[in-house]
Write a protein that binds this ligand. Structure first.
Ligand SMILES: Cc1cc2nc3c(=O)[nH]c(=O)nc-3n(C[C@H](O)[C@H](O)[C@H](O)COP(=O)(O)O)c2cc1C
Length: 182
């Protein structure tokens, strides 16, 4: 049986928080379907800002010696990448944006990923609170031929630690999305 290699990147520093719990629900669905899944939490990683030197465009690797290189390599070799992020000032988390900038070495490289998913939570009850994060992620996706945004979970009205547990329909949506990957 062939399976998909799925990388879930949880970007919040709040372990077991709202978006991290959405990531776990998604993973449960992936595992039940029988695909291979790896989860990474950016809070456990040492990732520095892109310096903008563009050395990576010739060398296909980054001059910064930190955990960013290993994560980017894992992204490169995954079929599916899933980002879980809280909404910070109507955008993706800074942690997630920092990682996306560090993927510049992949720009001219042979990356395997094709499908991207986004799992988000915000205090705001309006789904438009996710628009900035979606637009930002779509800007990144646009730079990679053949890659597209396949699904977004919009966990609105979810703020305090543990609030996500009261929103069972959102957790179910993430679980079913994970399970739907064929
Ligand atoms: C620095 C910061 C900025 C935030 N900005 C927004 C915002 O612009 N809009 C909003 O609806 N919620 C905002 N929030 C609330 C978070 O999006 C919300 O609590 C989310 O569920 C946290 O997810 P987490 O538990 O995965 O970290 C902000 C929270 C923090 C800490």
């Amino acid at each position: 049986m062939s399976y998909k290699n799925i990388l879930v990147i949880s970007t919040s520093y709040r372990s077991g928080g709202n978006s991290d719990t959405l990531a776990d629900a998604f993973i449960k669905g992936v595992q039940e379907r029988g695909n291979l899944v790896t989860k990474m939490n950016l809070k456990d990683q040492d990732i520095h800002f892109c310096k903008g030197c563009l050395v990576c465009q010739n060398k296909k690797s980054c001059v910064i010696q930190d955990d960013g290189n290993e994560i980017v390599e894992k992204m490169k070799n995954s079929d599916v990448i899933v980002f879980a992020t809280p909404i910070y000032f109507y955008e993706m988390s800074g942690q997630m944006k920092t990682l996306l900038d560090r993927t510049n070495p992949l720009f001219e490289d042979d990356y395997q990923f094709r499908d991207i998913y986004l799992l988000t939570t915000s205090a705001d009850e309006d789904e438009s609170s996710m628009n900035g994060a979606i637009l930002g992620l779509e800007g990144w996706i646009k730079c990679f031929d053949g890659v597209s945004l396949k699904g977004v979970v919009k966990g609105v009205g979810i703020d305090q630690y543990g609030d996500i547990e009261k929103h069972t329909h959102i957790l179910k949506e993430a679980y079913l999305m994970g399970k739907s990957i064929a």
